[in-house]
Design a protein around this ligand. Structure first.
Ligand code: GLN
Length: 454
């Protein structure tokens, strides 16, 4: 049924770069065979999922939505995708995304925009952004092309698209899901997580994805909790922190209203609402847009025309010319912008003024959260300052685009688990999301608060 949905609607939504219907059917057949033999089906037994095209999949093209990786077919499988197959899941296809996961609207993909299945009520037929970078994932799940999908979140890329498409997505604690085989953007921030229709599906899928991996030096060597079994929407005795610095100018009134409703819902579930302060919040976004490009400029040095995908070797050209031609042709504008910014902030004359300073800010942002945990168990905030916007409306305004992640980035810098859950529609009929941020390793607390909201 999901293969049929993909075949019917992908041309309009452009959520999948490459559908792989045979892989989904293979997993279904395997599950049937196991069932016939009375064997354990695995917690994802037979479930077809979409795979963000940032995860290396053996024998299936993996592009990061960039021309420079077009035609790259890995010989290996990412740990997270392998974990999902081991749990019985099957692949519906590789999902579109912002190029190298850089973006908030899915407009930086070499393979074209992804369209959000949601439209403004009475707003004509303007195609809306599914958010980014995991916009193929959010669009596919919202449109029922997949019951669930993988996402990755470096500075909001699971939470913001989930909010824009009215679905649920959780970024676990940094290190929960292995980064091995995931195309690297900013390694100290990159984290995989599930995007699905509700909190329970996210809990099940995260259990399948997570786990210690000796191949990732920053992988957490901790057992994976049974999050689904631990789900509990009774929040008696829990304290919910409301960070006063998140009441930012430029946030839609309707988003602030939904935040108020969220407080009521959590109070109804038995929780106590407490005011907290995260004083360095306003410095988090600028620090992120130094640290993430710095790491990206280093990670993306490997695309040289020799090892992967595209090679542009002009007639009579030498090695340097090949590098230059390949990278000029292969990377999109946003990726080049990040490489330029990253190289600049890491250069000898500017390292202290920018990169070092941003690292200090990162430490202060993390300390803000540590102090907040003395007063609360989880934090409730908006996921984004606005609902989805029409495709094309912000594409020549990178700063406004970057501001979309203003509420998402602090938890990324601190490595904390954070989730977006649907919180109703605005007056245009577009979905809004609420964000729950938890203590390190407390995905359960985050999921439970989410369950109380949904
Ligand atoms: N939108 C942010 C960026 O462009 C976050 C992206 C992400 O989390 N991958 O960097």
């Amino acid at each position: 049924a999901f293969n049929a949905n993909v075949a019917a609607a992908n041309a309009q939504l452009n959520a999948f770069i490459v559908p792989t219907p045979e892989k989904a059917l293979e997993a279904a057949d395997k599950t049937d065979a196991k069932r016939a033999k009375g064997e354990d089906l695995g917690i994802m037994g037979g479930v077809p999922i979409g795979m963000k095209d940032l995860f290396a999949t053996r024998g299936v093209q993996t592009t990061a939505a960039s021309h420079i990786l077009e035609g790259f077919v890995p010989q290996y499988e990412s740990t997270v995708s392998q974990n999902l197959w081991n749990a019985g899941a099957g692949m519906l296809g590789k999902l579109n995304l912002d190029q190298f996961a850089m973006g908030s609207s899915n407009e930086t993909s070499y393979f074209g925009n992804v369209v959000n299945p949601w439209r403004k009520a009475g707003g004509g037929n303007a195609a809306m952004s599914p958010g980014g970078s995991s916009g193929g994932s959010s669009s596919a799940v919202a449109a029922r092309l997949a019951p669930a999908a993988t996402g990755t979140d470096t500075g909001g890329s699971i939470r913001q698209p989930s909010a824009f498409a009215g679905i649920t997505g959780i970024k676990p604690t940094y290190g929960r899901c292995s980064r091995w085989g995931v195309v690297a953007f900013a390694s100290s921030l990159d984290q995989a997580g599930p995007m699905a229709r509700d909190v329970t599906d996210c809990a099940i899928m995260l259990e399948a994805m997570a786990g210690f991996d000796p191949k990732d030096a920053t992988s957490l060597d901790m057992p994976v909790p049974q999050w689904e079994a631990g789900l509990n929407a009774d929040l008696a005795g829990k304290r919910i922190g409301i960070p006063r610095e998140y009441r930012m100018e430029g946030t839609d009134q309707e988003i602030l209203d939904s935040w108020e409703r969220g407080k009521e819902w959590l109070r109804d579930a038995g929780a106590e609402i407490v005011d907290i302060s995260l004083p360095h919040t306003k410095y988090a976004l600028p620090a992120y847009y130094i640290i993430a490009p710095a790491e990206a400029s280093s990670n993306l040095a490997r695309y040289d025309g020799v090892r992967y995908g595209l090679r542009d070797l002009p007639d009579g050209a030498g090695l340097q010319d090949m590098y230059a031609a390949t990278r000029a042709e292969g990377f999109g504008d946003e990726v080049k912008r990040r490489i330029l910014i990253g190289t600049y902030v890491l250069s000898a004359g500017f390292y202290d003024a920018y990169y070092n300073q941003a690292q200090k800010v990162r430490a202060l942002v993390a300390r803000d959260f540590e102090q907040a945990w003395e007063h609360c168990d989880v934090i409730l905030a908006p996921t984004t300052p606005t609902a989805s916007f029409p495709l094309g409306s912000l594409s020549d305004d990178p700063l406004t685009m970057y501001l979309n992640d203003v509420f998402a980035v602090p938890a990324s810098l601190a490595g904390l688990p954070a989730m977006s859950v649907p919180a109703g529609l605005n007056s245009d009929g577009l979905p809004l999301g609420l964000q729950i941020v938890g203590k390190p390793f407390d995905e359960q607390g985050v999921l439970n608060a989410g369950l109380a909201i949904e």
